[in-house]
Write a protein that binds this ligand. Structure first.
Ligand code: NI
Length: 261
């Protein structure tokens, strides 16, 4: 099923869906029914982190998994469910129901052309509930529409920041300063991907402790600078490179196993 038997990395131009023609996609589907869909968020990431952190990280990891496995990568869905971050300027959020409908429509578009294994690489915890609900709804729609091979549609959500090897490394590097939001591990990845972001790094006062998430006004009161228990100043670009590698290794294995199901 995989078109990369020699384990050579594919060039980005070969695995990006947006750079392929429909004829190329058609012939790809004769060998492989899998596709990677990265999803992120456009939301505040503390006083020094980039608004696009979750989309930048999910996209980069998805592309690296694509290069290693030869599986096509769809364009990143850069907007996510970030209602609780709307108290901070620059955040652009989809309501949970909008996110659900959007993911559902993307899954059905891909499935209608023969993509049967859709591997969703997620960069944002707030997307998890809507993405899983979208999977359930897409399975139902495929069955109700009597689409050919409806029973063959399978979707898998993977959260790169929750991969065991990433989690362990983040714990080694940052201990309890990893926190829950604007974490040094995700910020490190962005510093590696976009070196200009290193210029924003500066020491920060002790963060508000991690805690519950309710609405945007409550979030801003509890976590005034946007962080949740994290110290992003600990992030280094070289950590980001290592974390990207660990995430890509773990997710490539997950993807290869998923394609066999
Ligand atoms: Ni994030």
């Amino acid at each position: 099923m995989l078109s990369n038997p020699l384990n050579l990395k594919k060039p980005e131009s070969a695995i990006r869906l947006d750079l392929r023609s429909w004829k190329e996609v058609d012939s790809y589907l004769e060998d492989c029914k899998g596709i990677i869909l990265p999803i992120g968020s456009t939301e505040q990431h503390g006083p020094t982190g980039a608004i696009g952190t979750d989309a930048l990280t999910a996209h980069a990891i998805a592309l690296e998994v694509g290069r290693r496995t030869g599986v096509l990568v769809a364009p990143v869905q850069a907007f996510g469910m970030a209602e609780h971050h709307l108290g901070f300027p620059g955040t652009m959020s989809l309501k949970p129901a909008t996110m659900l409908a959007l993911i559902h429509d993307l899954l059905l578009s891909l499935f209608s052309h023969g993509f049967e294994r859709i591997f969703v690489v997620n960069g944002h915890g707030g997307n998890i509930a809507s993405a899983k609900a979208a999977f359930a709804q897409a399975y139902g729609t495929a069955a109700q529409r009597n689409l050919p091979n409806a029973s063959q549609l399978k979707c898998k959500l993977v959260n790169w920041f929750m991969a065991a090897s990433v989690f362990r490394e983040a714990n080694n590097l940052y201990g309890d300063k990893e926190g829950q939001h604007a974490t040094p591990s995700e910020i490190a990845l962005t510093l590696y991907l976009e070196p200009s972001l290193c210029n924003k790094q500066r020491p920060l006062p002790e963060a508000s402790p991690a805690g519950p998430i309710y609405g945007p006004t409550d979030f801003r009161m509890r976590y005034p600078d946007g962080r949740m228990g994290s110290d992003p100043y600990l992030a280094k670009p070289e950590h980001g490179e290592m974390l990207l590698n660990k995430a890509a290794t773990s997710l490539s294995e997950d993807l290869i196993n998923f394609l066999k199901t």
